[in-house]
Design a protein around this ligand. Structure first.
Ligand SMILES: *Cc1c(COP(=O)(O)O)cnc(C)c1O
Length: 379
């Protein structure tokens, strides 16, 4: 038996006929930039998240870049201001901060949730701190009173990196009425990279916000810095969502809740079946909806990760690591100052992602779990 980590053809197979029909509709429409397909998708996403402003953009990194740039253009942030981010995130969260001329400040993570340790926020605040990049990593919502209290007390913007957590909800109180990740904070960047819980057939992303002024600037920045044709208010970019991708995303978005429920069922099969002395399972809260299992990430302790992955590979199980090298350890951030980040650095050597997407059935997950239980990693 082969258990691939992720097979994108398989992910999209259930939608193939509708995707072909959507492509044909766009081809015949003669409208290949902006227009009704993009607008329809933006309003679908806004309705789902209960958020008034959605701007379709080119990808998740650009969504975050545009938010931060827009805060700079609007005079909310200025050059050299500091933005706090969780040290174990995907590089794009950090690239967006430095691209806007802001300073990324790494804060360590909570070992249990593998998200930002909000109890460390207060100690990371300086007179230049202006925002917190709240990354819902692996699909788990990071949101609590320590986060909102700290942001409120110091007047910080909370920017959600919701690339991995579309559809996740929390019982904790957001800044607005919506319980959805992506509509909890001041603004959120979403990614529709093909591997994400809702994936396009290419790149795509969205900015979501309750802030009308921010939305206006983001939309202008994404379109050469224009609000009306040939009137360049900002030195902008070309970061638009293609109508073709918008049409594909409109096909897939209505099935997100079901897709996320399927991911949860696979996660539960792993959770109930894996039992191994060298393995720590991810925390699963009783809230259930606060995690959409973009990745199911276990930890292999005792320096046995490579051996573990090798044993699984021999039994046909592909695994991955998200992420082996934290951003502050990457060559491009060699000059970035940071305090000690012991949890992030230890966990980077222990984490392993198991197959969780469409293509891995609940029965497959149970079988992979029993292969894991049989893995002899020595004493
Ligand atoms: C995927 C991802 C991004 C970037 O999205 P792209 O669409 O690939 O640019 C940003 N942050 C996180 C946490 C991601 O997983």
């Amino acid at each position: 038996m082969k258990y691939p980590f992720l097979d994108l053809g398989c992910v999209n197979e259930p939608y193939a006929d509708s995707l072909v029909a959507a492509a044909e509709r766009v081809i015949r429409s003669g409208r290949y930039i902006g227009g009704p397909e993009v607008e329809a998708f933006e309003s679908r996403l806004g309705e789902m998240l209960a958020s008034p402003f959605v701007i379709g953009v080119s990808n998740g990194l650009d969504a975050l870049r545009l938010i931060l740039r827009a805060y700079c253009e609007n005079g909310v942030f200025s050059y050299g201001d500091e933005i706090i981010y969780p040290a174990n995130t995907f590089i794009a969260s950090v690239l967006a901060i430095s691209d806007a001329g802001l300073v990324p400040v790494a804060v360590d993570i909570d070992e249990k949730t593998m998200n930002l340790d909000t109890s460390l926020l207060e100690a990371a605040i300086t007179p230049r701190t202006r925002g917190i990049m709240a990354v819902h990593l692996y699909g788990r919502v990071v949101w609590d009173a320590a986060l909102t209290d700290c942001a409120g007390k110091h007047g910080l913007k909370i920017i959600e990196d919701c690339a991995q957590a579309l559809g996740a909800r929390t019982l904790a109180e957001g800044l607005h009425a919506s319980p959805f990740a992506g509509a909890l904070g001041d603004a959120a960047g979403i990614s529709f990279y093909p591997t994400k819980n809702v994936g396009a057939l290419g790149d795509g992303g969205a900015v979501v916000t309750h802030d009308a002024g921010l939305a206006k600037t983001v939309r202008a920045l994404a379109n050469y810095g224009t609000e009306s044709r040939y009137n360049n208010i900002f030195k902008g970019f070309n970061c638009r969502l293609d109508p073709l991708q918008a049409a594909f995303l409109s096909v897939k978005l209505p099935y997100l809740a079901q897709e996320n429920a399927d991911r949860f069922a696979r996660a539960l099969a792993y959770q109930r079946t894996i039992s191994h002395p060298d393995i720590v399972l991810p925390y699963m809260s009783s809230e259930v909806t606060d995690h959409v299992w973009h990745q199911y990430v276990i930890r292999v302790t005792g320096g046995k990760r490579d051996q573990f992955r090798q044993k699984l590979a021999e039994r046909g199980v592909d695994t991955d690591i998200h992420y082996a090298v934290p951003p502050h350890c990457q060559p491009c951030y060699a000059d970035l100052a940071h305090g000690p980040l012991p949890v992030t650095e230890r966990l980077a050597g222990e984490i392993v992602s198991l197959p969780i997407a469409t293509g891995t059935s609940v029965a497959d997950a149970a079988e992979i779990a029993s292969i894991i239980n049989q893995a002899d990693l020595g004493g």
